[in-house]
Design a protein around this ligand. Structure first.
Ligand code: PMP
Ligand code: GLU
Length: 402
């Protein structure tokens, strides 16, 4: 007799696996099977971790730096992070205001666990990065989606923001430059957030993971530059995944008020204990060493961005906001929804992304994963040759829809 299946906890039933990681896994499996897949799905730099950072990781292993570290991360790394913020941004933090976590995603998880109770609402400007809603939900909180309009370059409209505020609102997640749109928030939007946050005692979560990848010279307005006093209600999330091409090392960090960081350390002490000792030494080399790598990477991304935006906007009935940062474009393909090919109806972003994967061998992420069905996300952190080939295939695949 077959044993009955062990039941799962309620909390996991409402959570779907990360769609970005799922598409990437599917693309890689198809590729391993011999298909000529062009992968525009997962967002990770197509660069190797810089040599001096890898060497620091190796030296940590060879030097036997392979034991537990302090729960919040090694002091040298937290000091280096404080120095970076002081020198680069003029923000003052002490090491006990920093937690190093197993990637930026884990930092978000830790903060949600210590901040939100059932019934608490957290505002999420939409389109959003795929992991924000589940991370809030796993903490028992309720994500509240605040729409960002393509016509406003996905900036946050203060009037619309106010419509979504209730007495249960506890905070907001900002992500500028944004994944998936590449848009940056205007000073005016940040001022509105700051005002509401102070009036209503909100926490502001500022996910700055793409802050080294900003094109042009408009600068990057930041919530802490609106008023430094906002430090008392802001958690600044960052990490080395994107800036130093270190996605696999799993090092992120949060800067914020001492009592929140201390609470996050409690969670960390009871879950992961500490991020990998070896990866922390590598991240130290990244944070304390020369900062030219992210600049070089950005220089490489810029012509790719220009090219992919030109190609996308050259396709009939496709619109595409020019990303000001990060390495994503989020074109609107809704004019193609309702069309069909060989009896297959393209009724939304999932159907379009499936069609592109199966017929054009293009891996992309459907906009619905980011809360916006009219769009598809392309990561251009891939070679120019792949982008050129991909755009040609895309044009052909769309032209076949009638
Ligand atoms: N925030 C955003 C907006 C991201 O795109 C990512 C990338 N996965 C992260 C946070 C977390 O990055 P990681 O966990 O790889 O450090
Ligand atoms: N942030 C990246 C992306 O959006 C990596 C995948 C993930 O962590 O979801 O593709």
């Amino acid at each position: 007799m077959e044993a009955p299946m062990i039941p799962l906890a309620e909390r996991i039933k409402q959570i779907k696996p990360s769609p970005t990681l799922a598409v990437d896994a599917k693309a890689k499996a198809l590729k391993a099977g011999g298909a000529d897949i062009l992968n525009f799905s997962v967002g990770e730099p197509d660069f190797d971790t810089p040599l001096h950072v890898r060497e620091a990781g190796k030296a940590a292993i060879d030097g036997g730096f392979t034991r537990y570290t302090p729960v919040p991360g090694i002091l040298e790394l937290r000091q280096a992070i404080c120095r970076r913020y002081a020198e680069d941004r003029g923000w003052q933090y002490e090491p006990d205001q920093i937690q190093v976590s197993c990637g930026g995603k884990h930092g978000l998880y830790n903060m949600a666990q210590v901040l939100f109770n059932p019934g608490d609402e957290v505002l999420i400007p939409t389109p959003y990065w795929v992991s924000y809603p589940p991370i809030i939900q796993l903490a028992g909180g309720t994500p509240v989606f605040v729409p960002l309009a393509e016509e406003r370059n996905f900036d946050l409209d203060p009037a619309i923001l106010r419509d979504y505020v209730t007495d249960r609102t506890r905070g907001i997640i900002l992500n500028s430059p944004s994944n998936p749109t590449g848009s940056v928030l205007s000073r005016q939007a940040l001022e509105a957030v700051a005002q509401l946050a102070v009036e209503r005692n909100w926490i502001i979560i500022s996910d700055d993971i793409y802050d080294t990848i900003v094109y042009g010279d408009g600068g990057l307005p930041h919530i802490l530059d609106i008023d430094p006093a906002l430090q008392a209600r802001t958690l600044v999330l960052n990490g080395v995944s994107k800036s130093f091409a270190m996605t696999g090392w799993r090092i992120g960090y949060t800067a914020g008020p001492k009592h929140i960081i201390a609470a996050m350390n409690k969670i960390q002490s009871q879950s992961t204990s500490n991020p990998s000792s070896v990866a922390q030494k590598a991240a130290l080399a990244a944070a304390a060493g020369p900062q030219d790598f992210p600049v070089e990477m950005k220089k490489a991304f810029l012509p790719r961005r220009d090219y992919i935006v030109r190609e996308l906007t050259g396709i009939p009935r496709v619109t595409c906001v020019v990303p000001k940062g990060a390495f994503y474009v989020f074109p609107n393909f809704s004019a193609y929804y309702g069309k069909s090919v060989k009896g297959r109806v393209i009724d939304g972003s999932v159907a379009l992304a499936d069609y592109l994967l199966e017929e054009a061998l293009l891996a992309t992420v459907p906009g619905i994963a980011f809360g916006c069905d009219p769009f598809i996300r392309f990561s251009f952190a891939t070679s120019m040759a792949i982008i050129e080939k991909g755009m040609a295939r895309l044009r052909e695949a769309l032209a076949a829809l009638a």
